[in-house]
Design a protein around this ligand. Structure first.
Ligand SMILES: CC(C)(COP(=O)(O)OP(=O)(O)OC[C@H]1O[C@@H](n2cnc3c(N)ncnc32)[C@H](O)[C@@H]1OP(=O)(O)O)[C@@H](O)C(=O)NCCC(=O)NCCS
Length: 169
């Protein structure tokens, strides 16, 4: 299992995963909303990592795909720094595991590997948010050393947001 840069090599598996996600809102994949093809998406995430042509108010972010035996299993998106908006929602790392691979420990392992990547990007104290009712995500965060910070209301969201810190030195 490894984190790799998104690549056309794995397009088939990624497209199969997108079909599985269906109409789910996919955390860590904002770029999918603004891109109409996988090619566009690959170009967008490449530029995001370099900080090129970022949407207004966005900071550079790096996306990795979790791969096993050539299969796309999930992704993480690591924001290089926080903004006031990210402080409240999204924070440093967003992630998702494709539906058919959930509940098998991949989410926990993927965040562990993402924390190493974040460390190499210089993020020594990682903020992560999740919806209060997202029990799986909360467990993934806490199993990676997440310490509960607080519960906040975010405008436009009906579910409270939980914030966690992870020391990442
Ligand atoms: C959150 C998510 C990444 C977790 O990935 P995963 O691979 O299923 O997680 P794991 O298998 O490592 O499970 C972590 C823990 O959550 C538990 N869990 C998994 N799915 C669960 C569910 N639907 N309800 C309750 N607990 C669940 C597991 O049992 C495990 O706990 P345990 O160690 O006490 O047994 C995945 O569910 C997902 O992609 N969800 C949609 C996107 C999302 O919510 N992203 C996070 C945004 S903050």
């Amino acid at each position: 299992m490894e984190l790799v840069e998104p690549s056309d090599r794995y397009r088939k598996s990624f497209e199969a995963a997108l079909a599985e996600f269906g109409s789910e809102v996919i955390p860590g994949a904002y770029a999918l909303l603004s891109c109409s093809t996988v090619d566009e998406y690959l170009e967008r995430v490449r530029k995001d990592a370099l900080g090129e042509d970022l949407p207004e108010g966005f900071v550079p972010s790096t996306t990795y795909w979790l791969m096993e035996d050539g299969e796309y299993i999930g992704h993480v998106n690591i924001r290089h720094r926080l903004t006031p908006a990210l402080e409240r929602l999204g924070a440093h790392i967003g992630y998702a595991i494709r539906p058919s691979w959930r509940g098998k420990g991949y989410g926990t392992q993927m965040l562990r590997m993402a924390l190493e990547k974040a460390r190499s990007l210089g993020v020594e104290r990682v903020l992560i948010t999740c919806d209060k009712d997202n029990i799986a995500s909360r467990k993934v965060i806490e199993k990676n050393g997440g310490v509960f910070r607080d519960e906040i209301e975010v405008e436009g969201r009906s579910t409270p947001t939980l914030r966690f810190w992870i020391e990442n030195r």
